[in-house]
Design a binder for this molecule. Structure first.
Ligand code: C5P
Length: 222
């Protein structure tokens, strides 16, 4: 058994992709497997936390002892998060939320009547930034998947979204990330003097990475 460092803590985690309807039979989405978020939920429960996992559509079984809320779209995900966030001590936004959704969702199937089709998109709410902007936000952790300048872009997101901690990974490395069981990350946060701190987590299983992220978060919380 692991040390119960998160005992008495409520943790809310988003995971997986979101799915945005185009018409009654079609949607746009992305390749997120949900594995990183599910690993975080598994390990947070093992460290003694009470865990709510808000999951987009993904093919993973619910971790032992975890309360799971299934959602489809970004709007659904925000609503599910807002329903449980008041009691949360830690929020982890690990979902690959679609940045945009089709502006108009047809009530009937779009027919292939012409040689081209234009869809108009509208911005989705930023769930992570919405949580971090609350009056009394929980300790808020975000993820940044970047293909270049990983640390710089992640540090920008840390500040802009008012996060307590960000986990950045290089998704140009196809060996890790997305559907892989492994990951490698850099953790970034601001210390008490508002100096940017960073810690590299070398390639390891998503479970081991999850434990390192939660241990770092707990140290910063205390
Ligand atoms: O800005 P970017 O999408 O790269 O930020 C990634 C982080 O923000 C992730 O933690 C992701 O879960 C979160 N996010 C969110 N809602 C969005 C977009 C991103 O919670 N609409």
């Amino acid at each position: 058994p692991k040390p119960q460092i998160l005992s008495g803590k409520q943790v809310v985690i988003t995971a997986g992709p979101t799915r945005e309807a185009i018409d009654p039979v079609r949607y746009i989405s992305n390749h997120s497997s949900g594995k990183m978020g599910f690993a975080l939920a598994t390990v947070a429960q093992q460290l003694g936390a009470t865990v709510t996992l808000v999951a987009g559509p993904c093919q993973l079984s619910t971790p032992y002892g975890v309360e799971r809320v299934d959602v489809i779209s970004a709007d659904d995900m925000l609503q599910a998060v807002e329903a449980v966030i008041d009691a949360a001590d830690i929020f982890i936004g690990c979902a690959a939320v679609a940045d945009y959704r089709p502006q108009k969702v047809g009530s009937t199937k779009i027919k292939k009547n012409s040689e081209s089709l234009v869809l108009e998109f509208t911005r989705n709410p930023d769930i992570l930034a919405t949580v971090a902007a609350r009056k009394k936000p929980p300790f808020t952790i975000g993820f940044a998947a970047e293909t270049n300048d990983v640390v710089n872009y992640a540090a920008g997101k840390l500040t802009r979204k008012k996060l307590n901690l960000i986990a950045a990974n290089d998704v140009s490395d196809t060996q890790i990330g997305f559907n892989s069981d492994d990951n490698a990350m850099t953790l970034l946060w601001h210390d008490k003097n508002n100096e940017l701190q960073q810690r590299a987590l070398g390639r390891d299983s998503k479970t081991a990475i999850a434990e390192a992220i939660l241990t770092q978060a707990n140290q910063l919380l205390n």
